[in-house]
Design a protein around this ligand. Structure first.
Ligand SMILES: Nc1nc2c(ncn2[C@@H]2O[C@H](COP(=O)(O)OP(=O)(O)OP(=O)(O)O)[C@@H](O)[C@H]2O)c(=O)[nH]1
Ligand SMILES: [Mg+2]
Ligand SMILES: [Zn+2]
Length: 288
């Protein structure tokens, strides 16, 4: 079996029987709009001069658009509570993408050393109540050993905005890793995209982790139809049967179970507000 473990500047690093080959993709893929991505299982052709080509991409178990990776068992989204401040719209949009890709998701709220406990508990409760597996973390303390368990026997992609501490957290949990990390710039309080490529690293047999570059803006291009947006909100999906109309998008319809739950404070205000903003963004970018 051969697998793409890294991609950088058009070169794919393919591991085959313990060896890493630097490969190019054959034109064929570009024409067919199949672009090999990290995580893909592939067939490669090794020439006598040592150059190598990817000549087939096997069917993917799953696939993420941002970052472009395939065949992962779970995604751990890291968001920092401060520096950069958490943006719940970005988080809800990203969670929507993960829900639609059907990939197991956990969330780490990082840099809790920079905020007070009431704040971190308030934010984490919103997502815990919906059913996400939530962890609060700081890399400023002695150890965060409990996080090791999350990665056991899985291929895990670690994603999130730039500067939230993805690489730092991985280095802290796994002392044999040395991913590059960078201070966020003072001026914009944003990350500077320290991690520049996607790479699968082996933790031990059966456990792999993928550090990824942070994202800043996310488009909604992964949504095809407006009705899909509510499917990305787990707490709405549970209530759907209670709406009068079965194609209810929980906006202006009468007898909407979701809107009632928002009024009864059973759905977090921020979640519903972000949902409405997503509908708006979708309409604005799709022209209807
Ligand atoms: N106070 C505090 N700072 C942290 C913590 N974790 C990471 N940092 C700092 O945050 C900055 C960014 O960390 P990185 O690990 O490079 O962030 P990243 O998410 O990998 O960023 P990209 O690779 O650009 O996507 C560094 O200066 C870290 O030292 C934390 O728990 N608390
Ligand atoms: Mg990084
Ligand atoms: Zn409804």
């Amino acid at each position: 079996m051969s697998k793409i473990i890294k991609s950088h500047r058009g070169i794919y690093y393919v591991e085959k029987e313990g060896q890493v080959y630097l490969c190019k993709a054959r034109g064929l893929f570009r024409n067919n709009k199949i672009k090999p991505i990290v995580g893909d299982e592939v067939d490669i052709l090794i020439n006598s001069d040592g150059t190598a080509y990817i000549n087939d991409v096997h069917e993917r178990k799953n696939q993420l658009l941002r970052p472009p990776i395939s065949n992962v068992d779970q995604v751990i989204v890291i968001m920092s509570l401060s520096s950069p401040d958490i943006n719940l719209y970005t988080l809800d949009k990203y969670l929507l993408m993960l829900e639609l890709s059907n990939i197991e998701t956990r969330i780490i709220f990082n840099k809790i050393d920079l905020v007070d406990e009431t704040y971190s508990n308030k934010i984490s409760k919103i997502y815990e109540d919906i059913g996400y597996d939530i962890y609060l973390n700081t890399n400023e303390e002695d150890d965060n050993g409990e996080l090791v368990e999350l990665f056991k026997n899985k291929t895990t992609a670690v994603t999130g905005p730039s500067g939230v501490g993805k690489s730092t957290t991985l280095n802290k949990i796994f002392s044999h890793f040395d991913f590059e990390t960078g201070a966020i710039s003072e001026k914009s309080l944003r990350g500077r995209h320290t991690t520049r490529h996607i790479e699968i690293s082996k933790i031990n047999d059966g456990s792999y982790v993928i550090d990824t570059p942070g994202f800043s803006a996310l488009s909604l291009d992964f949504v095809n139809e407006i009705n899909e947006i509510s499917e990305g909100f787990r707490e709405f999906v549970k209530l759907r049967g209670g709406c009068k109309f079965n194609n209810c998008i929980h906006e202006n319809e009468p007898k909407c179970a979701v809107k009632e739950a928002v009024q009864d404070k059973k759905i977090a205000e921020s979640r519903y507000k972000n949902y409405l903003l997503l509908l708006e963004e979708f309409r604005n970018t799709r022209g209807y």
